[in-house]
Design a protein around this ligand. Sequence first.
Ligand code: F6P
Ligand code: MN
Length: 327
Amino acid sequence: MTNRLTLSEQFFRDQASANASGGLSTVLNRFSLAGRMLASEIMRAGFVGKLGYTGTINVQDENVRALDVISNETIIQVFENIPMVSGIASEEMEDVHLLPGCDNGKYVISCDPLDGSGNVDVAGQMGTIFGIYRRLSTSGPPTLADFLQPGRNLVAAGYVLYGPCTMMVYTAGGPVNGFTLDRSIGTFFLTHPDLQIPEGCGNYSINEANEKKWDDKTAAMVRAFRQQETQCGKRSARYAGALVGDFHRTLLKGGIYMYPGEIKKPEGKLRLLYENAPLAFVCERAGGAATNGKQRILDITPSKLHERTPLYLGSKGDVAEVMRRLA
Ligand code: F6P
Ligand code: MN
């Protein structure tokens, strides 16, 4: 019988190689638990009337879906009694959520509990994105500054992808490893060790219906990809409309994911703290690159929790081409 490495075994390896105390593996373990719980919720949502909207609007001015609420509550629930985590910044909550009795927890986490929830009703891909930071303050409740750290300070980051199979992909600063959930026993097994983003192949991924909103350089740059006139190679188009799904494909197949800024909205759509920075961390550790068009994503210090930045994320050659064409 082949010896399959489980996610928990990998956590212990990461912990040993980082000479860490064990707290980090517990935090990662809780994300894997949340991932398994949400995979189950998503699979059953259609049977139990949990598809569709709640009728409310969230802090981002987006219509809230039942599964958005369930996902956020699940994340809070799994971290409620974990003393090493002191607070959560989530897409679904205007302010930081402080965990009770965890004044001294040394980590803070950022999370998009259900990315791509627009795909709920069509059985499309969705995901949970997470980042884990060491807090800067040393006692008492965490401060806003503990959360507003640049992505290069991430201790670990990753995502859970809900699709035909459920996968958890993360890095604790070393290799990027991908695990697939064996639903029958509720365990993630290592299926994609040491992921490296391929160069010179793959897709470009962008919502091209936004073309009229872009400045001339952005429009010309995207046109070059569409017309297969890029120096980094010819790219075909793919867009799932769920960042985690689009990034996961880019990580495995190569190419680039783009969400540009717009003339009337130069900051674009995606959020730095719990979307762009964690995925940029994974992408860089897999040999890729991530920029907002001007600056490396991991070097940007957020000035507020829900700050948005443009995002160009993928293999080094493709990101370099974007930078050249936007310069
Ligand atoms: O979380 C934001 C998000 O839903 C991403 O998952 C997705 O990539 C993007 O928005 C899709 O945006 P649009 O519908 O504008 O293409
Ligand atoms: Mn999202």
